[in-house]
Write a protein that binds this ligand. Structure first.
Ligand code: TTP
Ligand code: MG
Ligand code: MG
Length: 356
């Protein structure tokens, strides 16, 4: 049995601004681009959310909804500093942490849980510690898997603490909207709803065959997650050099279909280059950059070396699906291959202009 926490700052950018400027505490604050340009809201304080203001909304719309909201420009240097500090606090609790973006991380606290301190106690202490050290609140979800912990952390925001006991996953997830599930972007959610699937419970009642027919390999995977089945480990490390191709998107997206299509195209480019060089590799890598510029890679080592486009895309697609989460926006995607079967020197394929 694992014990995993997912911790996420409440209204991260906006809360940092309120921390640094007492005059705007307790007030509607929106951080992001200026209303004159095409700026969008990066983060809205919970006071601002009462007016229906949300992340990614045009700043102009936000200020129409709440004219007395205080607009503040982003200060990434400062947010990065706070991010580093909170990750250090997480690391004091356990070395097994996986940052997902600047303001959130998974922590595997299995080793910390004992008869005297259960997961709730550990999560509670972590929240208290972060508040005392940084003056900011995080919301925490605790569960036996990453996906359930992530969904749990969002349920009682701000300053939330939600624990899903082992065995209670299915009952916990069933009444929630399917949109909360990994890999369910706005487009997929719309398609699910068109099929009468509103809740996670509705989804898990459908057969694997039907889901596969409707949603490809993502279908049965969504169902698995909907049942609370997710054995992905909390990943601490990063990968190394490879033959690769990458693209920066014209517009950030979290849409599973668009991202999968892009992975297929990048895999095709990598395969073509491997073919020219006549080499094969064992390790398929996926590189991702989020809208806040957080960059990371995921990789899988296969039992046989591969060089075909479909094989690379298949492996990279599985890695991709595991990283999709509601609201998680990507600005760059890369696919690569390493662990070469031949002795030839790996080489980086130059990125082309965005063809997306
Ligand atoms: P989130 O954790 O999604 O949002 P949040 O911390 O502002 O609010 P909460 O978690 O309480 O719902 O994102 C963390 C930061 O990432 C956010 O403060 C600003 C940035 N961000 C963007 O720049 N654009 C976006 O569309 C989103 C969702 C976040
Ligand atoms: Mg947050
Ligand atoms: Mg977050």
């Amino acid at each position: 049995m694992r014990h995993i926490l997912h911790a996420d700052f409440d209204a991260f950018y906006a809360s940092v601004e309120q921390l640094d400027n007492p005059a705007i505490r307790g007030k509607p604050v929106v951080v992001g681009g200026s209303p004159e340009g095409r700026g969008v809201v990066a983060s809205a304080s919970y006071e601002a959310r009462k007016y229906g203001i949300r992340s990614a909304m045009p700043m102009r719309t936000a200020l129409q909804r709440c004219p007395h909201a205080i607009q503040v420009n982003s200060n990434f240097t400062r947010y990065r500093e706070v991010s580093r500090k909170v990750m250090d606090i997480f690391r004091e609790l356990t070395p097994t942490i996986e940052p997902l973006s600047m303001d959130e991380a998974y922590l595997d606290v299995t080793e910390r849980v004992s008869a005297r301190h259960d997961a709730r106690e550990i999560a509670y202490r972590l929240k208290r510690h972060v508040k005392a050290e940084l003056g900011l609140t995080i919301s925490v979800g605790a569960a036996a898997s990453k996906s359930v912990a992530k969904i749990a952390s969002d349920l009682e925001k701000p300053d939330g603490l939600t624990v899903v006991e082992p065995g209670a996953e299915r009952a916990f997830l069933a009444p929630l909207s399917v949109g909360r599930l990994w890999g369910v972007g706005p487009k997929t959610e719309q398609r699910l709803r068109a099929e009468g699937i509103e809740t996670i419970g509705d989804l898990t009642e459908r057969s694997d065959d039907w889901l596969k027919k409707m949603f490809g390999r993502n279908g049965p995977y969504m169902k698995k997650l909907g049942l609370g089945e997710d054995d992905r480990p909390v990943q601490t490390h990063r990968g190394s050099k490879s033959v690769s191709a990458e693209t920066t998107l014209r517009q950030d997206t979290g849409d599973p279909e668009a991202l999968e299509e892009l992975v297929n195209r990048l895999s095709h480019r990598v395969a073509r280059d491997l073919d020219r060089k006549g080499i094969q590799g064992y390790t398929v890598k996926l590189k991702l950059r989020l809208s806040d510029f957080t960059t990371f890679t995921r990789q899988v080592t296969l039992p046989e070396p591969v060089s075909a486009s479909e094989q690379i895309a298949e492996a990279a697609g599985v890695l991709l699906i595991a990283e999709l989460e509601p609201g998680r926006m990507f600005r760059l995607v890369g696919v690569g291959l390493s662990g070469f079967a031949s002795e030839e020197e790996p080489e980086v394929i130059q990125p082309r202009l965005p063809g997306f």
